[in-house]
Ligand binder design. Structure first.
Ligand code: HEC
Length: 107
């Protein structure tokens, strides 16, 4: 019985750790210089919660966001220019897809 309680406690601990890790992909670290990754506040670029809202209800939102991160430029926020890949040429397509999926899920 005691071991069941212990393993339940461990499982609960893992779930908490899992949701904390889902907060933002590690590859998004360099984006924080210009983006709030967990609010709609403007830094240099738009807060990612605001971006998530912009694409709310768009089933292609994540792929549009991924394409915009890859090419950079202007997306009607009138905040200036987003550097291609946020200036991090080493970001892989898989990293970008992961970040875009995260942003599309923010509200
Ligand atoms: C040097 C500053 C800077 C960095 C670094 C940067 N961004 Fe941006 N980003 C911007 C600006 C400025 C805009 C808004 C452009 C506009 O006014 O339309 C923007 C816009 C965006 C948007 C909105 C796209 C849309 O469709 O509306 C996304 C998503 C985004 N950035 C993701 C990222 C990601 C991911 C990274 C890191 C890999 C990153 N940014 C790094 C400046 C930056």
């Amino acid at each position: 019985m005691k071991s069941i309680i212990v393993s339940l406690a461990v499982a609960a601990g893992l779930m908490v750790a899992g949701s904390a890790m889902a907060a933002a992909p590690a590859s998004a670290k360099g984006c924080k210089a210009c983006h709030s990754i967990d609010s709609d506040k403007k830094v240099v670029g738009p807060g990612w919660v605001a971006v998530g809202k912009k694409y709310a209800g768009d089933k292609d939102g994540a792929s549009k966001i991924a394409a915009n991160i890859t090419k950079g430029g202007k997306f009607d926020w009138k905040f200036g220019m987003m550097p291609p890949k946020g200036g991090n040429a080493k970001l892989s397509d898989a990293d970008i897809k992961e970040i875009a999926t995260y942003i599309a899920g923010l509200k």
